[in-house]
Write a protein that binds this ligand. Sequence first.
Ligand SMILES: C[S@@+](CC[C@H](N)C(=O)[O-])C[C@H]1O[C@@H](n2cnc3c(N)ncnc32)[C@H](O)[C@@H]1O
Length: 374
Amino acid sequence: MSRNVYNPFGSTTTHYEKTMGKKFMQLKNRFSNMASKSIQKELEYQRFVIQDNLEYFKPNHMKKQKTFAEEITLSLNHESKFINPKYFYDDHGSQLFDKICELPEYYLYRCESQILKNIAKKLTYHITNDVRLVELGSGSSIKTRLLIDALFQSQKDVEYFPIDISNVLIDSTKELCSDYKNLKVTGIIDTYENGLDFIEQYDNKPNLITFLGSSFGNFSETDGKRFLKKIHNLMKSSDYFLMGVDLKKDNDILHNAYNDSKGLTAEFNLNILERINKELGGDFKISEFAHHASYNISKGRIEMHLRSLSNQVVNIASLGLCLKLFQNELIHTENSHKFSISEIESIFEKTGFDIIQIWFDTKKYFGLILAKKF
Ligand SMILES: C[S@@+](CC[C@H](N)C(=O)[O-])C[C@H]1O[C@@H](n2cnc3c(N)ncnc32)[C@H](O)[C@@H]1O
């Protein structure tokens, strides 16, 4: 059953998404004069208008289900089992992530917020034209408020296009719209890649594309570069790119961030099995698995796994899958790469970006990079 897809967790792009990407381009050519919303309709998006300043687009149920089922079938049938980390984020997973962000051990959230709080004025100094804010993996959009505040210092109106695979986007955007009078929000509940295609089709307004939370670290080196090139290719000369990265640091600090004392990261990791049980009819016994996260120094990344505590058989009814797991067998669920400044500079240079500025928190644990395409 191993089609050539194994690349944890490089490729977040499935065969299905690639096909849809091609279809997007064909449609773009065919309907170049047609309103973009018609194109989205053809791509199986439903449009939800909530109020004057808030709408969101969501792929229809069949499209989503197909992707999840297809990917789980392939990845759990693979010799080295893995699950793509984008599947952490059902409603419960998104809530757990928000709780993780409040943990003392999880410095990433606090450090990036500290930088964002400090740079509002500096950011608008560098961004010389009005921009629309596009956010990849917007989650609860809490840090985003700092960016929205910054943009309102120099713009009368702000448009915000959050892109997130999780429904968390629905509630977070409602809150934003009630808190900001001159904010217009168009959410896209889909993968980063599909969301970027959507934006490219939408119109020609200048964008500030943001990718916070060090989610870039989830990609393999090759796929990270491919992803940045995709962003680069759709950027116009009036666009900016702002990305947060977690920096290399003491191993204990890294280890503790992913092995917190409250066990929330463990719960978050195990929730992916609960999700398969709920949505695909699996019978994973959660108590028969343990969270495992460690820093791989040579690869410069935290590797997160679920470890089978016994020899066991798991069935996933809707996929017709019967999985045999050995005691101590690992299911790989996430990589979180950590970077040195020179590694980041090299990646940006190789993918066609000019770094305008890198900002750091006071401990230099985290970096925020503002770039343009060259
Ligand atoms: C680590 S959280 C970061 C949330 C927020 N940006 C922050 O910095 O706190 C990652 C977010 O990206 C979303 N996400 C993960 N993988 C995704 C993918 N492949 N496509 C779209 N969204 C994704 C998740 O639902 C989640 O909200």
